[in-house]
Design a protein around this ligand. Structure first.
Ligand code: FAD
Length: 325
């Protein structure tokens, strides 16, 4: 099946997950021996399209129209429907961004198709594509095969494919000007929402001590704070800790928190759910402390300590203090 990957940009800057979706599309294309093309939408995307042309692609579609200057679900849906009718891809792939969550189900439904969202991996069985996605907050993986006629639609979860695997090459850019009537766009874009400046920027930290639900109670947080202090580290956490208000939201690591890549990441009482892993698996060295030897965090850990954090962490603090003299 020929593959079309829809790249996301805002004000001329790529969304980083676009490269992950492109890497996924290139892998699928190689395994299915199908050509891959990419599309970028906007009012003037010539610069972005030229950048894309340096990747291993059959074609780059520069989808341009004045009404695509700002994102609207109606504008993007009309434009992509027309592009799909013209390019006839069998599979359309997206990064699973907030924008894609907004318009891609509408696009798929308008063509009487479904969107297979949040794909974490794939395999090819007897030439047939099998997509893997998660259910029940990552507790179950399900295999999905397309039963409908093409085009098929899927989006790729953050961190599931590696952007640095995108293959370079040379592709021709084709300009595509969709016909969009102003009346077709029912929403009026407002000024973009900007998050307030974060007081804590974990992205630049060299050492991070991150705590999970294994800590049991908010009152126990000082146990890991001591470890962070003695190492000169920032304290971070998994989502339940921040949801519970035990630490501020800005200290959350993961798909809905910060993405970090310190030299050392110590995961204390964290199970290693995919949503947490995507935020920290780029760390140089990962140390995990968990009492469950089967915890998925050990799959990404360079060093693992299987034990009770209430014994291990104070002992570590003690030893580090001694070593520092
Ligand atoms: C849309 C969405 C977005 C999400 N975004 C994020 C995100 O950004 N970041 C994030 O972290 N999660 C996120 N999650 C939640 C994620 O799926 C997990 O639920 C969460 O990461 C689990 O946190 P945890 O590892 O602290 O807790 P648990 O999964 O409960 O794990 C606790 C671990 O502690 C261990 N433990 C217990 N007692 C001890 C002890 N005494 N000593 C040592 N180990 C012990 C246990 O063996 C267990 O492995 C998201 C979920 C969804 C659906």
């Amino acid at each position: 099946m020929s593959i079309l990957v829809v790249m996301e940009q805002r004000a001329g800057a790529w969304h980083r997950m676009s490269w992950e979706a492109l890497a996924a599309a290139q892998q699928l294309g190689a395994e299915l021996q199908q050509p891959v093309s990419a599309a970028v939408l906007g009012a003037d995307v010539s610069g972005l399209a030229t950048e894309l042309a340096g990747k291993q692609l059959a074609r780059v579609h520069a989808v341009e129209h004045g009404l695509l200057k700002d994102y609207t679900p109606d504008g993007y849906t009309v434009a992509l429907r027309l592009l799909i009718a013209s390019a006839k891809p069998r599979l359309v792939l997206f990064p699973h961004t907030y924008e894609v969550r907004d318009y891609a189900p509408k696009l798929a439904t308008s063509l009487e198709r479904v969107l297979v969202s949040d794909v974490v991996s794939h395999r090819v069985e007897s030439g047939e594509l099998v997509l893997v996605r998660q259910l029940f907050q990552g507790k179950l993986n399900v295999d999905v095969r397309f039963a409908s006629e093409p085009p098929c639609f899927a989006s790729v979860q953050a961190g599931a494919y590696r952007a640095d695997k995108v293959m370079a090459g040379s592709a021709a850019v084709e300009k595509f000007t969709p016909e969009i009537a102003a009346a077709a766009i029912r929403t009026k874009p407002q000024e973009l929402f900007r998050e307030s400046q974060r007081a804590v920027d974990l992205t630049g930290a060299a050492i991070i001590v991150s705590v999970g639900r294994g800590i049991k109670e908010a009152e126990n947080i000082p146990i890991v704070q001591k470890l962070a202090d003695v190492l000169g580290a920032e304290l971070a956490a998994s989502r339940p800790i921040c949801d519970g208000g035990w630490l501020p939201m800005e200290r959350q690591v993961g798909s809905s928190g910060q993405t970090v890549s310190p030299k050392l990441y110590l995961a204390v009482g964290i199970s290693g759910a995919i949503q947490h892993l995507v935020g920290m698996k780029g760390s140089k060295t990962i140390v995990a402390i968990n009492k469950d030897p089967e915890a998925p965090i050990f799959e990404v850990a360079d060093y693992g300590i299987v034990g009770d954090l209430f014994q291990v962490v104070p002992a570590l603090v003690e030893e580090i203090r001694k070593a520092k003299g």
